[in-house]
Every structure is written in C-alpha cells, then in structure tokens.
Design a binder for this molecule. Structure first.
Ligand SMILES: NC(=O)c1ccc[n+]([C@@H]2O[C@H](COP(=O)([O-])OP(=O)(O)OC[C@H]3O[C@@H](n4cnc5c(N)ncnc54)[C@H](O)[C@@H]3O)[C@@H](O)[C@H]2O)c1
Length: 333
C-alpha cells in the first residue's frame, strides 16, 4: 500500500505525545507544522528541528492570527493542544476553559475555512466517568466527572456539528499514556510508579484493585499515523477508544516490580477511593484493525533505560516533567 501523505498541523506537537508523534509523521513523508506554546521546553523537537518538512510555530491556539498562519497549506489537523490534567486545570479553571473549550470551535472553523479535509481530535477515556458496566464501549452515556473531561465531551459534540462533506472528523478517546518521550511526563500512573520504584525503591499502592487502562506512547502515536492512512469513509464521524489492557493498579505495580527488581517493596495502603476505570478498545480493532502492540512492561523498560542513560534527569523533581509544577511556574494567562 502506498502511504497517503498529508500536510498536517499538530497542535500541542511539543507535548508528551506530540514529541513522539511528530518525528514519526516526518519519517513517513508527511509535511508537519507544529503549533505549540512550548510550555515544556523549546528543545523537545530538537532531533528533527532541521527537517525540511517541519515547520515549528510558537504560539497560542487561542490566537486567531497565529492559527490562520499555522494552518496555511495544511489539509489535515491532529489537535492535541490542551491543559491536560485535572490538577493543572484546577489551578486556573478559566485558563483551562479558554484553551480546552472556548477556542475549540473557532479553531475547527478556521481549519475548514482553509480547506482542511481531515480533523483528528484527542479526547479522553475519562469522558465516561466511572462505569459499572463490564464493557465500556463508545456508545455508553458520557458522565464526565471533571471540567477537563466535561470540555472534552463538549468539544466532541461541537466537532460532530462541524462535520460536513469534505471535512472528515475522527475522535480518539485514549487511555492514560505511558512510556518515554523527549517531553517527559511523570504525572501519569505507570510513569509515576516507575519513577518511585527507581528512585525510592518503594511503591505505595492505595487499594490496588481499581482498574487503570493505559496505552504505550508508541502505540498512541502510531494510532494517529494509522488514522491518516484510512479512507474518509472508514473514519468520518467515528469515535474510538484507544487502550491496551485494563490492568489494576496492583497489576501495574507488579509489572514495574518485575522490571525494576526484586528489592522493590510494594506497600499497600487502605483507601476510600475505589474508583475504577476501564475501557473496551474492541471497536477500533474490529472496524479498522488497529491493535496496540507495545506492552506496559515495555513502557517501564523504556523509562528505566532513559533514566539510566541520562535522557531523563532528576525525575522526582524536574518541574518540566510535572504539568502542575510547570503550569505554576509559567503563570500562563
Ligand atoms: N497523556 C495522556 O495520558 C492522555 C490521555 C488521554 C488523552 N490525552 C490527550 O492527548 C493530548 C496530548 O496529551 P499530552 O499528554 O501530550 O499533553 P501535554 O500536556 O504533554 O501536551 C500538551 C501541549 O499543548 C501545548 N499547549 C497548551 N496550551 C496551548 C495553547 N493555548 N496553544 C498552543 N499550545 C498549547 C503545551 O505546550 C503542550 O506542549 C491532550 O489533548 C490530552 O488531553 C492524553
């Protein structure tokens, strides 16, 4: 099969997922424009900064002029830019609202105005809230619990309203992402457990039976590439969960222990918070044939290697690895 190549704008392309995705997009021949505030460092795309098909724009998705400039020549969008965890969001809800919601429809409409044909939106599996249903499929009612998730739901709906012939839309609801990226996050569960295991020799598990679905960052990035290869009719208007397995927190801790070593202690502590999340990723496999191929164990192995060989430094404290610390430091408005 010959690869379809796109001229794709990746918002948030200098974020945790973007920093793995952008080099992959370039490596298969896409033209890539990145629009990002570079909140987590200007050097995260250094490995490809001289690539002739990469254009980097430091700017804000809320700024109409910047958006119009970034979209010039693009026929696809992957929209990742976001204030992307609940604590960072709670720090300044109005900031979160302006980035995660108010700017969304104008951005979609600006994309349509310049002739973008395909718009892929990174939503979140947190839109379901906590479900008792044994299988959490895309058609279940959405019960988002936080503003972050509520705005993901609203943006999904606004995107559906903007869908029209010639403007295909696709929504991905990823599980929590894990593994190494040149823009590291250490505030997501597998990465947190690995960080404590390596640096403290002990992991605290609260409860342990709660499920936490994850997806390896390589699979996450590969999925966006995969969606660009599909025909409009296959993905237009579709919504897909994207996760690997629904491990419990204790299973995740055991995976980390298997990689990091037997000396590691797992301390189980009681908790009142028994919220358990799980998603089914069968639909994307049945309809499109996409299945993650990287295990959670591999994500842990990759993180440990990056900590040992110096790609990651001072991982317990470096504010660049923790969205909330970084958001406090930059005082973005
Ligand atoms: N990482 C996960 O576990 C996960 C899980 C589900 C969904 N998602 C979604 O995937 C997307 C990417 O997540 P991530 O982990 O890479 O997040 P991230 O926080 O690492 O990256 C977000 C990027 O957006 C940029 N950004 C923020 N506000 C901006 C603005 N106003 N204008 C331009 N750029 C701006 C930041 O500088 C950052 O580089 C997000 O939409 C997130 O909600 C992530």
């Amino acid at each position: 099969m010959t690869e379809k190549t796109w001229s794709v704008l990746v918002t948030g392309g200098a974020g945790y997922v973007g920093a793995v995705l952008v080099p992959k997009l370039l490596s298969v021949g896409h033209d890539v424009s990145v629009l990002d505030l570079y909140l987590y460092g200007e050097e995260v795309l250094n490995s490809v900064s001289n690539h002739p098909k990469l254009r980097q724009i430091k700017g804000d998705v809320r700024d109409t002029t910047t958006v119009e400039k970034s979209l010039v020549g693009c026929n696809a969008v992957i929209h990742l830019a976001c204030i992307s965890n609940d604590p960072s969001y709670d720090l300044d809800p109005e900031l979160g609202r302006s980035i995660n919601h108010s700017s969304f429809r104008p951005f979609v409409q600006a994309s349509k105005a310049v002739g973008v044909e395909r718009f892929i939106y990174a939503s979140s599996s947190s839109v379901y809230g906590v479900k008792d249903d044994p299988v959490v499929t895309e058609d279940l009612e959405l019960e988002p619990l936080t503003d972050y998730s509520k705005f993901k739901v609203i943006c999904e709906r606004e995107l559906a309203e903007e869908q029209e012939p010639g403007f295909s839309t696709c929504v991905v609801r990823p599980a929590t992402v894990c593994g190494y990226s040149p823009r590291q996050r250490m505030d997501v569960i597998v990465n947190i457990l690995t960080n404590f295991a390596v640096n403290k020799g002990t992991i605290r598990v609260f409860g342990g039976d709660q499920k936490r679905p994850n997806i390896h960052i390589e699979d996450m990035a590969n999925l966006y590439l995969f969606l660009l290869q599909k025909d409009d009719a296959e993905i237009d208007g579709k919504i897909y969960n994207a996760g690997y397995e629904n491990h419990t927190v204790m299973q995740l801790a055991e995976i980390v222990k298997n990689v990091v070593g037997d000396n590691l202690t797992i301390n189980v502590e009681p908790t009142d918070d028994q919220r358990s999340y799980h998603v089914s990723s069968d639909k994307i496999y049945k309809e499109l044939g996409f299945k993650p191929t990287h295990t959670i164990e591999q994500a842990v192995i990759d993180l440990v290697a990056a900590m040992k060989d110096g790609r990651l430094n001072d991982t317990m404290n470096n504010p660049l690895y923790f969205n909330i610390k970084r958001m406090q430091a930059v005082n973005l408005k």
